[in-house]
Design a protein around this ligand. Sequence first.
Ligand code: G
Ligand code: G
Ligand code: MN
Ligand code: NA
Length: 250
Amino acid sequence: RRMELDLRAAINAGTLEVHYQPLIEIGSGDVAGFEALVRWNHPERGNIPPIDFIPLAEETGLVVPLGVHVLTRACRDAAAWPGDTKVAVNLSTLQFRSGNLFEVVSDALNETGLEPKRLELEITESVLLEKSENVLATLHALRALGVRISMDDFGTGYSSLSYLRSFPFDKIKIDRSFVQGLGTNSDSQAIVRAIITLGRSLGITITAEGVETAADLEYLRSEGCHQGQGWLFAKAQPNEAASELLRENR
Ligand code: G
Ligand code: G
Ligand code: MN
Ligand code: NA
């Protein structure tokens, strides 16, 4: 398949880009960190969005080398950011199956000099569905190193709550489907309020994804949600723009 060959070539050539979307501290408005999001600028087709190539990368196993590239780039970029600005990197289930994820992460930290506590790894429930001992052992080892572990897309799977008991997550990211329309939808409000309460009582940082309107933000603020991410604040942007945002923020 042509797409697969092109993607493999882009990974090998190191030409996949990484953009950064800010994570905003709702109380202060400060930039707490950024989520790293991969971007593929195809020589002929132009920008291909991740939803159009991450599934292919998963099917072909290319998400493993892609993940190494994104992680290393994100750690290198973040190491030059001021203070203790965090960087969040998405991990795929296949990266856990590859068997050397712990080494990949610790190598990226060592090579770039990024402090482990500044790295957040985002996993979805599908990772914990693996039910393998290796997954939990790897997560515990990464956490012991000082890396933070976030549950991404919280609320969309079938047993988000039981996963909270199987691993001590540092952060929950409320899926954007619950956040959109939060200013006006009372069902969404009830769900989001419950997740915030749950997170606060477990001592877990809560981030709302997909914050698009001032009304969404106002609701999150009134309920004490810790962080927000979404187009209301900024879209994902190249490292130069992210670094500039940090300079303005100081
Ligand atoms: O960046 P958004 O712009 O469109 O990302 C779309 C989807 O692709 C999201 O579900 C996101 O989690 C996923 N994604 C983006 N970057 C990465 C990455 O580096 N690795 C993995 N595994 N998924 C990613
Ligand atoms: O890892 P995750 O699936 O959460 O990836 C983040 C995805 O959410 C990316 O595709 C990104 O472009 C998208 N996104 C970020 N902010 C917003 C937003 O405010 N609204 C919507 N609809 N999508 C967003
Ligand atoms: Mn994510
Ligand atoms: Na998400």
